[in-house]
Write a protein of this length. Sequence first.
Lengths: 813, 167
Amino acid sequence: MPKSPKPATGRSDSGKAKTAAKSAARNTDSGPAKAGPGPAGDLPSEKMAQVQDLAAALPFNSTKPMEHGAENGKAPPAGQTATPASRLPTGSTLSEDNGSEKTGSVAPEGVNSTIEPLDRVRVDSSGQVLTTNQGVAIADNQNSLKAGVRGPVLLEDFILREKITHFDHERIPERIVHARGSGAHGFFEAYEPLTQLTKAAPFQEAGKITPVFVRFSTVQGERGSKDTARDVRGFAVKFYTDEGNWDLVGNNMPVFFIQDAMKFPDLVHAVKPEPHHQMPQAASAHDTFWDFVSLMPESTHMLMWVMSDRAIPRSYATMQGFGVHSYRFVNDAGESVFVKFHWSPMAGTHSLVWDEAVKISGADPDYHRRDLWERIEAGNFPEYELAVQVFTEEQAEQFSFDILDATKIIPEELVPLRPVGRMVLNRNPDNFFAETEQVAFCTAHVVPGIDFSNDPLLAGRIHSYVDTQISRLGGPNFHEIPINAPVVQVHNNQRDGMHRQAIHRGRVSYEPNSLAGGCPFQAGAQQGFVSTALRIKDREQDKVRAKPEKFADHYTQARLFFESQSPVEQDHIANAFRFELSKVTVPAIRERMVSSLRNASEVLAKKVADGLGMDPMPDPMPPALAKPPAPEVAKSPALSLLFRPGDGSIKGRKVALLVAPGMEGESIATVQAALAQQGAVGRLVGPRIGPVKTAAGEMLDADASLENEPGFLFDGLVLPDGAEAIAALSQDGHTAEFIKDQFRHCKTILVFGEARKLLAQAGVPVSMDKSQAQGGTGLILAGTDQAREAADAFVQALGKHRHFGREMDPPLV
Amino acid sequence: MTTLLEKDACELLDADHIAVKHLFVAYARLAFAPGDAAANDKLALARKICSELTVHAQIEEEIFYPALRGEIDEPQLLDEAQAEHQEAKEMIARIEQMPAADAAMDELVAQLNTAIEHHVKEERDQLFPKARASGLDLDAIGEQLRQRQAELMASSAKPPGRSSPRK
């Protein structure tokens, strides 16, 4: 080797060593026996030395012994860490200091920036020019690039191709169930600390606010299907807690059709449009559904709920929500109790009637979506109280039913509801796709303080939701989609995959490690999620595919539900069974269902059979359990919609005020003002939209027409006085339909002066006279000189939601 | 429509049906609402339901059913209706003996409601069409019903100590 000349400054042996270290530090493979220091200020050798120190600080895996044994499993230790001398050894590259407009700077220490508030991805294009996705300004957005004005389009037209290509890929697969949904942002506020019961973050102090995103949905219909189908409604709440995301993925009914996830694909295949001709859309009234459920008697309780008016809510703001399964609350000491979650609407539980729901689905398939949007836009924020039923494993053992059975409720009379907080939905999404469509709810998303029960349906759901999001959202990184990202730091060694957004600094993507000082390290029992050790006793059984014996009681709670309803609600349940089963084309299926219903309620079965011309009734179906245990509760008024009438508020309600030329305008204006004052909307509905001259010569502006907003879309109706207006309305065929539907659906109707003639014309029978004299019919007749009093009476009657006294089967009009 | 109109027999009886349904609905609204604040209102409603139904059953039995007998093709419908009246009267008697509007009364009023609903449906679906097609002078029968109803209401409006009419 040629001798290199001595430098003028002179060099010692340590100088040689430093140079050697400097050289060694400039390689990405192979290294010296000892990583000595390099020259001062030489970053590569400094990094090499610090990496060596960091690795040496963790000479062995000190927590390894604690990975063993049940006791350690219940209280795992925090992971072992070492602190690097500087940020040098944990970086990916020394060149990270060379920032630019694109790279920005170095990752802030210990921070995942992808969880920043949604502002980081909001887009507003005010004052901006149109660009390609690459940010190239587009000069002409009207024409593709052609070889001459009449020549062929050129393949090189990257602007056209980008635009068309993106458009071609706009759709993602819709959810297999719950495809049709509407979402909103809001917050949850705890009433009081529940620290004795749970360490779950939202419940740690009074007044604590946790952001939420909620999605309501139907189950059966496709993404563009009607809102008012007879169906279960999804009621999914994503809590962005400060210990991670908790998804309470519930429904507006507290039970389900099946008891084991093994049957979930069967159920959904049976209820979905039939596979040969893809009919019917958004309906359970068809052969395959009733074939399946009539062979699955455990579905009877759920059928009662689905045939009740709860399956056709008036608004997402007027329905309950339920966590369905038994969950667990776990406190700081690791002690756990069972809980069931209940959301109750402050506006009360109110539903549509079936004839109305069917008609609405034609005129406004977006009825619930519109209602939710408009309530929030108007400041009538939907609000729900969260309550829990808390019970112990020992209590559960005493119940006549199994708390792991998703076809059973725990009657409120047995375990009372304890209110724990409220949820307010106060912000509509900016973008339906980015938020409501891409939001991914998973029952697997729980936080410390919340844990699962052994409900076998829940077990399947814990798997299924995550699994289905992967295919729907195109890969395993759906947690990085802005609406799904938590508000807390996310650090782990999961890497790569489709659409990865995070840019992880450093070379460590495994644990344990010493090269990143052990980070990110396992949190240990103090901070981390520890699964409840004792989920249920008798864990020591052999592997088995069978249900617990109490699951075989299929009818006791179906009976409880039916017998806890008011007579009108019972009528509606019977009528719904009649309607659905009448749509079935196979008499044997119909008869099988009626034979099953006989085990739940002879009264109901007889009524349904009568409505289907089924005489005699088939014999009762042999039950799976001949002598079920006696129930603790035989009647639970809390199961009736009437139990939660709400505060009588009419916020968010819509009323049609019919207008026509020559009308008496003052009285209508009085009612409209009274409604507005109460937070309801009184719409002026005329034979056409636009100005209408009143008898007094004033101009009113109709913003809806009899043609474009049919009567069944409104919660109430007001008919104006004025001879000319009445004559005009009388000769418009829509008017009678308006009145007929409003009357049939038992809504509040206010009739001024001579407009009562329109009632007779619509077929309102003379036999209403005695009821009118008696009062309380929700059909208010008033002179225009009593407009103020009439408006008050109207507002009050509207607050009662419906007036079922005039409901006959078949309907009076 | 706040004053009573001239009605034929079916319309008059149906006016009773609709009016009593309003009372049942009002009762259920109070019975199912949480709390028992409305016990007195419920008691008054239950009493009114009972007296209305008692008079209604009586004028049907005295005037309407006999008028139809011999004029319609399925007279057993009248026997069924009469039997249903009997069943209802027993429930009415039990309700009238109850001192307070408690859960037991809620239960019984709901049962009566269901029974009446069934009876009304049969009358509306089967008897009324037959009566209307029979050629009977329903206006005249309606007037008889109205007069008798007025008499009975006047006498039943003199509590206490009235007894429900029984066959």
